[in-house]
Ligand binder design. Structure first.
Ligand code: ADP
Ligand code: ZN
Ligand code: ZN
Length: 736
């Protein structure tokens, strides 16, 4: 007879990689009843303490061992409940991850650790009396002085400047504020809620195409309706979002706007704030933990109305939900690539359905998944075919570089057009999706090339030829002076990355401001803004990777040069053509956004490649139609459903053993889904680990899910599973 005879137990979801919840007796002085559902508790686990969320309250299992008592109840009311909790449970089932891990992914880190919900009053800064008189004593052109000037400027109407506003438009304001605070010059004050709202400045009057799109969203106000807004770059999609959000606010509802990692710029936030006239909150990885928790909580309490955030913002509570917008819905950053491998766009649709609200997906280059839904009529298909205002579409020219001599990666034709652009006082963007100096170091005598010892890949040449870095595991070393195989001195970097192209451009255009933007020069979102800001309005050149495909508007940018996309034309990943087409269109869209016409130059060794030919002749829609037909023929998404079981271990035999046993466990259970493998991963060795995978596919989503449901418990039980690191990826977006 168990000792805890009549006492109900708490079933707690803990952040552990085990596919179950754990039973505990309620903490002292608490009753195990339904009031505790969705509340956090602190519990003993082994010799640790963990924070979990109560998922159920029930009778102890008949064979229950002696249960431990939870240590403390951390919430007086549930932190997770209603639609959000239901969605998290759904995600746990769909992605086959323990609920505790899904919850840990969804909660801001301070809440995950067990901190109380933060105070959500808004804070702002203003100058003290001493600050107003002492302002002149601060040195000019320091961040501290700029900050003091900034908050003084707003003092006209005696308002303090909201920290959210400072976050958006003042880099590094916190350290400046601290300095001033220490001197007694500035103070932090609580703001009455909503006070920072300015007046909405009205945007552009919508053009007819925008009006139709906006009306379609408004017409779907009170029901679940996915809408795909397909609009070329610069067609005014953002204006449509703003119109729909304004309507949402006017009805007292909340709006959630998801943007890709790189799209959440201070410029975006300023535009939203100016046009909506209510506080617009931001949620992204650059925020301090406390800030994230504050924004999350303000949304949970219904105090915040508009949230613009990156991927994980999809887990924000929306008690008064009215609309979810997913900007650049095709963007790969919406898919989490480790832990709980969720897709934020897909979760947006799940939540939209549960909340009975419209979900607006926008892109110039929609994912083939969304496009197929739109073509099939399941999503409303809204189109903006022309650029808004008087911007014209760019003209595109292909430069065939077969049998041409290139100078540091660039053809003479391209250099000439860049020269002409600079002479007109305009700006050019040179895009190369490869950072570093050159992708490989080769011995011209024996053919040796520098490879990473721990990965199946070449090492990239960096530091103008001085260093070798592996882009996959980070290994770095000095470049050898002589060939390790034949001692020849004829070691030459082959091909060009952004660093080499920068050198070439610097050599040709001595006087032009030149700015390189890639992961080396730009580690931070704000740094990108600042960088682009320094280019100003005069002539200049930007060179960089796909970081340049988005961000800050550059009205004087009229030339976009795409240097060699040839690597992307030969990838094994079935999504590679889609990603390449999207990237090309997005980069091309950077040029000619204002009244000046834009030109795109595409330098390639494969001018006849069908992907390029289709894109050039028919644009993205033609490409997408062709690609969808091929996916259908092959049974690939969106015409089939995939899951990937990845495994890695130092020793290849362990990986193979696990995958073979996993495959055997699968076959006995499923008939409507099929399994292939073990297949080598596209990179079979990475950071010293052997990697392989199983591919699962089914024609229908439920068939795949049913197979996975039967399979997962067996995988967890396999002994061979303990010798490898394995993970399941449902709806993978890449095969790596
Ligand atoms: P997208 O989000 O589709 O890239 P934006 O909403 O950023 O496009 O609009 C592109 C540019 O066109 C912006 O400078 C914007 O101010 C302008 N614009 C948008 N809608 C209109 C309109 N109806 N009339 C005039 N200009 C507009
Ligand atoms: Zn050699
Ligand atoms: Zn490596």
């Amino acid at each position: 007879m168990p000792s805890q005879d009549h006492e109900a137990v708490l079933r707690v979801a803990l952040p552990l990689p085990l596919p179950r919840c754990f039973d505990y007796l309620p903490p002292a002085h608490a009753h195990a009843d339904a009031m505790l559902l969705g509340c956090r508790v602190r519990v003993p686990f082994g010799n640790r303490e963990l924070v979990g969320v109560v998922d159920a309250v029930g009778a102890p299992a008949a064979d229950a061992p002696d249960l431990k008592r939870a240590i403390a109840l951390l919430d007086h009311e549930p932190i997770l409940h209603g639609e959000l909790l239901t969605t998290l449970r759904w995600a746990a089932r769909y992605y086959h991850k323990p609920l505790g891990e899904v919850i840990a992914t969804a909660l801001p880190s301070t809440l995950r650790r067990g901190d109380p919900l933060p105070d959500t009053c808004a804070w702002g800064w203003s100058l003290t009396e001493a600050g107003r008189t002492g302002l002149a004593s601060l040195r000019q052109r320091t961040a501290t002085r700029r900050f003091a000037d900034r908050i003084k400027a707003s003092a006209v109407d005696e308002a303090a400047v909201d920290e959210d506003v400072l976050d958006a438009d003042f880099d590094g304001w916190r350290s400046a504020a601290r300095t001033l605070h220490k001197r007694g010059f500035a103070e932090r004050v609580a703001l009455p809620r909503g006070s920072s709202a300015g007046f909405a400045t009205s945007g552009h009057a919508l053009n007819p195409a925008q009006r139709i799109a906006a009306d379609a969203v408004l017409a779907a106000r009170d029901r679940f309706q996915p809408l795909l807004l397909e609009g070329v770059t610069g067609s005014g999609k953002t204006e449509v979002y703003l119109e729909a959000i304004a309507d949402c606010i006017a009805r007292g509802r909340q709006a959630l706007v998801l943007v890709p990692e790189i799209g959440l710029t201070p410029q975006t936030l300023r535009r939203f704030r100016a046009q909506l006239g209510v506080p617009v909150h931001a949620l992204h990885s650059g925020l301090a933990d406390g800030e994230r928790a504050r924004v999350w909580t303000a949304m949970a309490r219904g105090e915040a109305r508009v949230l613009v955030g990156t991927r994980s913002a999809i887990f924000t509570p929306l008690p008064d939900a009215g609309l979810i917008v997913v900007d650049e819905e095709h963007d790969a950053s919406y898919k989490q690539q480790d832990g709980v491998r969720y897709h934020a766009r897909d979760l947006a649709l799940v939540r939209g359905k549960a909340l009975a609200i419209p979900v607006l997906l926008g892109s110039a280059t929609p994912s083939l998944e969304s496009l197929q839904h739109a073509i099939g009529g399941r999503y409303a298909h809204l189109q903006l075919r022309q650029r808004a205002g008087d911007a014209k579409p760019p003209s595109v020219r292909v430069i065939d570089v077969r049998k041409r001599v290139l100078d540091g990666g660039l053809s003479q034709d391209m250099l000439d057009v860049i020269a002409a652009t600079l002479a007109r006082g305009e700006q050019a963007l040179v895009f190369k999706n490869r950072r570093g100096y050159a992708p490989v170091l080769i011995c011209y005598d024996c053919g040796w090339n520098a490879r990473c010892k721990r990965c199946d890949s070449a090492m990239t040449v960096h530091a103008r030829g001085g260093k070798l870095i592996c882009h996959h595991c980070g290994a770095r070393q000095f470049a050898p002076k002589a060939c390790p195989d034949c001692a020849s001195l004829a070691l030459l970097p082959q091909g060009a990355g952004t660093e080499r192209i920068e050198d070439t451009l610097a050599k040709h255009f001595l006087d032009a401001p030149l700015l390189r933007v890639d992961r080396e020069t730009t580690r931070h979102r704000d740094a990108l803004e600042k960088h682009l800001g320094t280019l100003g309005d005069g002539a200049g050149i930007l060179v960089g990777t796909q970081m340049l495909a988005k961000g800050h508007d550059l009205p004087n940018l009229t030339l976009v040069c795409v240097v060699g996309v040839d690597e992307g034309l030969h990838s094994v990943d079935f999504r590679a053509p889609e990603k390449l087409a999207q990237l090309l269109i997005q980069v091309a869209g950077r040029g000619g956004r204002a009244s000046k016409p834009g030109t795109v130059l595409l330098q390639t060794h494969h001018p006849e490649h069908p992907l390029l030919a289709t894109l050039l002749n028919g644009g993205y829609p033609a490409f997408a139609a062709l690609e969808l037909a091929q996916r259908e023929a092959a049974g690939f998404p969106p015409y089939g459903y995939l899951a990937l079981l990845r495994a890695e271990a130092p020793n290849d035999a362990a990986v193979q053993e696990f995958l073979i046993e996993a495959k055997e466990a699968f076959v006995t259970n499923a008939t409507t889904a099929s399994i292939h493998g073990p297949l080598p991963a596209p990179m079979p060795r990475r950071a010293g680990k052997a990697r392989a995978q199983l591919h699962l596919s089914a024609a229908q989503r439920p068939a795949l899910q049913a197979a996975l449901n039967a399979w997962m418990p067996q995988l967890h039980a396999l002994k061979s599973a303990r010798k490898v690191r394995w993970s399941l990826d449902v709806d993978p977006v890449d095969l790596y």
